[in-house]
Ligand binder design. Structure first.
Ligand code: HEM
Ligand code: HEM
Ligand SMILES: [Fe+2]
Length: 450
């Protein structure tokens, strides 16, 4: 089986880099978690502090997920526009630029070169290099679509989401003297990314992939895509208010943020119903079960992580107690994992076999990796959640000190590290599997083509 469009091949190096950074990101997570679970000797803390490792853990997450989205876009766009990419060369230049910037940033963190904004620590002038990389990407994708003149809703929402994503990053560039203003715009990046732009990109990539693997008619998929995108924008933009409760913003945000963010799980739920519907309606042969398992897993974990764990602390009456606690961390993990890590893995498992010219591949290791990752992340999330409830109760309800709470939480951080190590094992398995996929053995071939 050969690729319909040879320029789709540029996706592969994006995937490989993303997968390697995924393992590094999770390794850093274990190191960060260990700081809570055990008391480390001071020299070790000085050598590689919590703050440095945390910046690496979170920035690596954002970097590899974005590289995964970009690779997926480069894989999808030629197929969707029925045209080769405008410039495969530019796609390689862009990857080299982004990787060089990322590596420089990581080394810089080791020497304390950071902007200090969580998740966006990358300092000036490296953040401008990211802007250049993003512009090259948008130019390449935009030109391909423009030249093809074969507009579809899926393409449009993908491009819209990507432009929105890049646009929001610009609010991270200036230095704001006023701390409230600084946080105010920080959320324009963080919140409007994960609950706005990234959702649009995810919805478009998922819509395209579901069309491919289920054979469900485009009109049906695209009709729902419009509804979902509309709802995401309607709830997500005003929902930013759930981050303005305690930063010195006007009081009306308590109402606006509370009401609109409480509605945010709606479009996410709709995506689940929608995906389940297509999968039931699927027509013809499937090219493998694993991508389905990942699609269903993603839709369910997206609802749990973003919808349920998000809703749990979004009302100001609850957030007053849980703000900035380990409850937030629990939600951050399961939401990023359920929505975006799973989305990338799903796309990789769909695209990599094609990039390697395989019609059917051995799915067994991939299946084990999926369940292993899911069980480990669920365990970690529950442990973070128990720690978070203890923390909120001891510090915020009882009014006791930080260390009193930490002493009660420590056991649960041990559980986090246990599941974290397990998750690292699952990540290594998934990455090794994707990089060394084998054609399906005879019996798997029949089982895989329902
Ligand atoms: C795919 C897997 C992972 C994802 C998506 C992920 C995501 C994240 C995110 C989004 C944050 C920032 C949370 C916030 O600001 O509230 C974070 C911080 C953190 N992560 Fe992970 N992580 C992963 C794996 C791990 C692993 C395996 C561990 C290890 C035990 C871990 C431990 C931590 C810790 C301890 C923090 C800092 C929490 C704090 O500041 O109190 N993570 N991670
Ligand atoms: C896939 C989508 C989502 C992702 C990846 C995500 C991720 C995150 C992360 C990493 C944080 C911590 C930021 C920080 O303080 O460092 C956060 C905070 C928060 N998220 Fe989400 N989130 C998502 C969707 C949602 C939804 C749909 C809701 C509401 C229904 C929600 C409610 C919240 C709230 C209330 C906070 C602030 C917690 C606090 O006050 O400490 N999130 N989210
Ligand atoms: Fe938010």
């Amino acid at each position: 089986m050969s690729l319909a469009y040879p320029s789709q091949r540029v996706a592969y190096p994006y995937f490989v880099v993303a997968l390697l950074l995924f393992v590094l990101q999770v390794t850093m997570g274990v190191w960060v978690g260990l700081h809570y679970a055990v008391t480390m000797p001071q020299w070790l803390v000085d050598l590689f502090p919590f703050s440095t490792a945390r910046a690496m853990h979170t920035n690596l997450l954002v970097l590899w997920l974005l590289l995964g989205f970009m690779g997926s876009t480069y894989f999808m766009v030629p197929d969707e526009t029925e045209r080769e990419l405008y410039s495969p060369m530019l796609a390689y230049v862009q990857l080299a630029l982004l990787v060089a910037t990322g590596v420089t940033a990581l080394v810089g963190f080791l020497f304390g070169w950071t902007k200090g904004k969580p998740l966006l620590e990358i300092p000036f002038p490296l953040d401008w290099m990211i802007v250049v990389g993003a512009l090259i990407f948008l130019f390449n994708v935009g030109m391909t679509m423009l030249r093809a003149r074969r507009w579809t809703a899926t393409q449009g929402s993908l491009l819209g989401g990507l432009v929105f994503l890049a646009g929001m990053y610009l609010f991270n560039l200036p230095f704001y003297r006023n701390l409230s203003l600084d946080w105010y715009y920080w959320w324009w990046v963080i919140h409007l990314w994960v609950e706005g732009a990234w959702e649009l990109v995810a919805a478009a990539l998922t819509a395209w992939l579901l069309m491919k693997i289920t054979g469900v008619p485009r009109e049906l998929v695209e009709k729902w895509l419009y509804v979902e995108l509309g709802l995401f924008l309607f709830t997500g933009i005003a929902g930013t208010g759930h981050h303005y409760y305690w930063i010195g913003a006007p009081k009306y945000w308590l109402w606006v943020g509370g009401i609109f963010s409480a509605l945010e799980p709606l479009p996410i739920l709709l995506m689940l119903v929608d995906a389940a519907h297509y999968i039931r309606e699927r027509r013809g042969r499937l090219n493998g079960r694993l991508v389905f398992t990942l699609a269903v897993g993603m839709a369910i974990l997206h609802v749990i992580g973003a919808g349920v764990w998000g809703f749990a602390h979004t009302l100001p009456q609850i957030n007053y107690y849980t703000h900035g606690s380990q409850v937030t961390v629990a939600h951050g993990h399961i939401a990023f994992f359920g929505a975006y890590v799973m989305l990338n893995l799903m796309f990789f498992y769909y695209a990599v076999p094609q990039l390697k010219g395989m019609a059917a591949y051995d799915e067994r290791r991939g299946n084990v990796a999926f369940w292993w990752l899911t069980v480990s992340m669920s365990g970690m999330t529950l442990a973070f959640s128990v720690a978070g409830v203890l923390q909120s109760y001891i510090e915020r309800v009882m009014g006791l000190g930080y260390m009193t709470a930490q002493a009660q939480m420590r056991f649960w951080f041990g559980v986090v590290v246990f599941f974290g190590l397990s998750l690292l094992g699952g990540a290594i398995l998934a990455v090794l599997d994707l990089l060394t996929l084998r054609p399906a053995p005879a019996e798997a071939k029949t089982a895989g083509s329902v």
